[in-house]
Design a protein around this ligand. Structure first.
Ligand SMILES: NC(=O)c1ccc[n+]([C@@H]2O[C@H](COP(=O)([O-])OP(=O)(O)OC[C@H]3O[C@@H](n4cnc5c(N)ncnc54)[C@H](OP(=O)(O)O)[C@@H]3O)[C@@H](O)[C@H]2O)c1
Length: 246
């Protein structure tokens, strides 16, 4: 019988997803990679095997196709020990202001889909008596800002869902982590002006996710600087905050 632990990475094609898969694989875990284009994940699975002799399987998963969630979970080769949702869509705030379809896709990709699939695995973990769920949310969800409140509000909903789920299962063997990465240099932020000291590379987030699971952390700001920044932003009175157009 295979005694190696298994992590399921939803959003395996993202830079943060790849980094998280490697962090678990190098610690001896097997990996299930899931994404919209299952075939595109094959080279990643081969790479994990070549580097760490990881057993890595690939699975097709679309977070907008909620009707497929039950069969997706049932089709996995084994119920994982840890599920991480790294799925997200920044989209365009400007477009979302007048295009309801785009706004809906941002909301569903960052809140509805990730919350529903993690909730589904939480029930399976409760029935088994253990497991860890990791949701990659965002500091953007800590306060709605003028420049990205469609994305930010969806991340806020996701963080609130994880918070409630964590409270509900706190005395079971199931553990829920919310990860708030801050700025990360990835495909999502390509071409954006990021503030150097507040920006990390994807492998730092991958390791932070792995450590959060090991330590059974609750809410992780990958850079502690972001915890302070958001504390200040959250404490600004609304009369002042509404004049800031960032
Ligand atoms: N980069 C940052 O500064 C930053 C900061 C805070 C939080 N985050 C969060 O970190 C996570 C990863 O972001 P990233 O920076 O690594 O960006 P990314 O490369 O754009 O990752 C987004 C991931 O979500 C997947 N995805 C989007 N829509 C999907 C759908 N309908 N079904 C299945 N998968 C879908 C993408 O898959 P495809 O490859 O198929 O598109 C990709 O794997 C996101 O949740 C993001 O919100 C990032």
């Amino acid at each position: 019988m295979n005694s190696r632990k298994i992590v399921l990475v939803l959003g395996g094609s993202s830079d943060i997803g790849r980094a998280a898969a490697r962090s678990f694989a190098k610690a001896g875990w097997d990996v299930q990679l899931a994404g919209r284009d299952g075939a595109a994940l094959e080279p990643d699975a081969a790479d994990l095997y070549a580097r760490y002799t990881t057993n890595a399987s690939v699975h097709r998963f679309d977070v907008l196709d909620t009707a497929s969630f039950d069969s997706f979970a049932a089709g996995l080769p084994a119920l994982p020990d840890v599920v991480i949702s790294i799925i997200g869509l920044l989209g365009s705030q400007e477009t979302a202001q007048h295009d309801l379809d785009h706004a809906t896709t941002i909301m569903r990709s960052n809140y509805e889909g990730p919350a529903l699939i993690l909730g589904l695995f939480a029930e399976k973990f409760l029935a088994r008596g253990g497991g860890s769920i990791v949701g990659v949310s965002s500091v953007a969800g800590d306060r709605g800002r003028a420049s990205n409140y469609v994305y930010g509000s969806a991340k806020a909903g996701f963080s609130a869902f994880l918070s409630g789920l964590r409270a509900r299962v706190s005395s079971s063997g199931v553990h829920i982590v919310t990860v708030k990465p801050g700025f990360v240099r990835t495909k999502m932020t390509e071409g954006m002006k990021l503030i150097g000291p507040l920006t990390v590379e994807a492998p730092v987030v991958g390791d932070a996710i792995f450590n959060a699971v090991q330590r059974q952390s609750d809410v992780v700001y990958v850079s502690s600087k972001w915890r302070l920044v958001m504390l200040i932003i959250k404490s600004l009175p609304e009369a002042v905050f509404k004049k800031l157009k960032f």
